[in-house]
Write a protein that binds this ligand. Structure first.
Ligand code: GDP
Ligand code: CA
Length: 315
């Protein structure tokens, strides 16, 4: 059995722990297609927050409290950068984390595509899952915001980390998406999968930029395998993070039904055959989609693997 998962960072990573546990049980292969819209260059280093969250989490090196970055991290470089007044000061890079970005940046500058770099970094972390960036090309999520400095587009990280999404926001733009190509292996993985899962990741700024790569949405919509999504919204609120603010920018209701309808049913030109919602959201209706209510809190690997089993049983 082959399982493909569309994923963002922390929610995607935690979900993948359960997918991997399920896959080990049944002998399945897992490919994760990961968002690159959050990626940015800082201090000459290429940072890939979502790929790193997934890689560190699956490799056992993530900080479980913070949710991002490395466990047992130190911040000497950050302090030294601050002493120089080096901008931006709102984005913290830990010392251990910086080693990852140094290796990645060196390889990218030497001409390796991000997919090859990710594979190289994965030989250390052995995530047990094939990690593919959605694209090797530049695709950056920007937020079009407005304040007393007027209207402008800022990088997603500035919007999320610096402004905490607390600024008038008109829309999101996936810069570079028109000319981006799916990374090698992505379309093939989706086309030959037995099951495609959409992780309970942020639908607006994690899953949408993956689907914005030309050909990727079509590949999922036309996949021979069933497509099942998992709601990141429980009882009308995100489990963590600011998906509510992101959905508000799109004018989409922050609910399991709202996100389910945003993805849409496949017969209606959308993506989903099945949609898992939390027990609190039993009774959710998404046109032309099989909806099932099950426990959706990823408290541990076993609970998360049970969600994956429920997704398989739905198909
Ligand atoms: P990010 O890129 O690090 O922001 O992470 P993702 O986009 O992959 O995941 C963020 C989403 O995960 C948020 O919208 C959360 O609501 C969702 N999430 C976090 N923990 C849980 C959980 O235990 N259950 C469910 N269903 N969703 C969760
Ligand atoms: Ca992210």
């Amino acid at each position: 059995m082959r399982i493909v998962v569309l994923a963002g960072g922390i929610g995607g990573a935690r979900f993948l722990l359960g997918v991997r546990a399920y896959a080990r049980e049944v002998g399945a292969e897992v490919t994760a297609v990961v968002n690159v819209g959050d990626d940015l260059w800082l201090h000459g280093l290429k940072i890939c927050p979502d790929l790193d969250s997934v890689m560190y989490t699956l490799g056992g090196g993530a900080d479980p409290e913070r949710g991002w970055g490395r466990v047992g991290e130190s911040w000497t470089v950050k302090t030294e950068l601050a002493a120089y007044g080096a901008e931006p000061t709102w984005f913290g890079l830990g010392d251990k984390d910086i080693a990852t970005h140094l290796v990645r940046s060196t390889m990218l500058n030497a001409g390796y595509p991000l997919s090859a770099v990710t594979e190289a970094l994965s030989t250390r972390w052995e995530p047990g899952v094939r990690l593919l960036p959605a694209t090797d090309d530049r695709l950056e999520t920007h937020a079009v915001v407005e304040d007393d400095q007027g209207q402008r587009a800022i990088h997603f990280q500035e919007w999320w980390v610096r402004y905490r999404a607390d600024i008038l926001t008109h829309r999101f733009v996936f810069v570079g998406a028109e000319t981006a190509k799916p990374a090698p292996g992505v379309l093939d993985a989706i086309g030959t999968a037995d099951l495609v899962l959409i992780a309970p990741s942020n639908p607006v700024v994690s899953v949408a930029p993956v689907l914005a790569v030309p050909g990727l949405r079509e590949a999922v919509a036309d996949a021979p395998a069933p497509v099942v999504g998992v709601s990141p919204i429980i009882g009308g609120a995100p489990v963590r993070g600011m998906a509510d603010r992101c959905l508000a920018v799109l004018g989409v209701e922050c609910s399991a039904a709202g996100v389910g309808r945003l993805y849409g049913g496949r017969p209606a030109g959308g993506l989903l055959d099945g949609w898992l919602v939390a027990e609190e959201d039993a009774g959710t209706v998404v046109p032309e989609v099989t909806v099932r209510a099950v426990p959706l809190r990823m408290t541990d690997e076993a609970a998360t693997a049970a969600m994956v089993r429920a997704a398989v049983e739905l198909t």
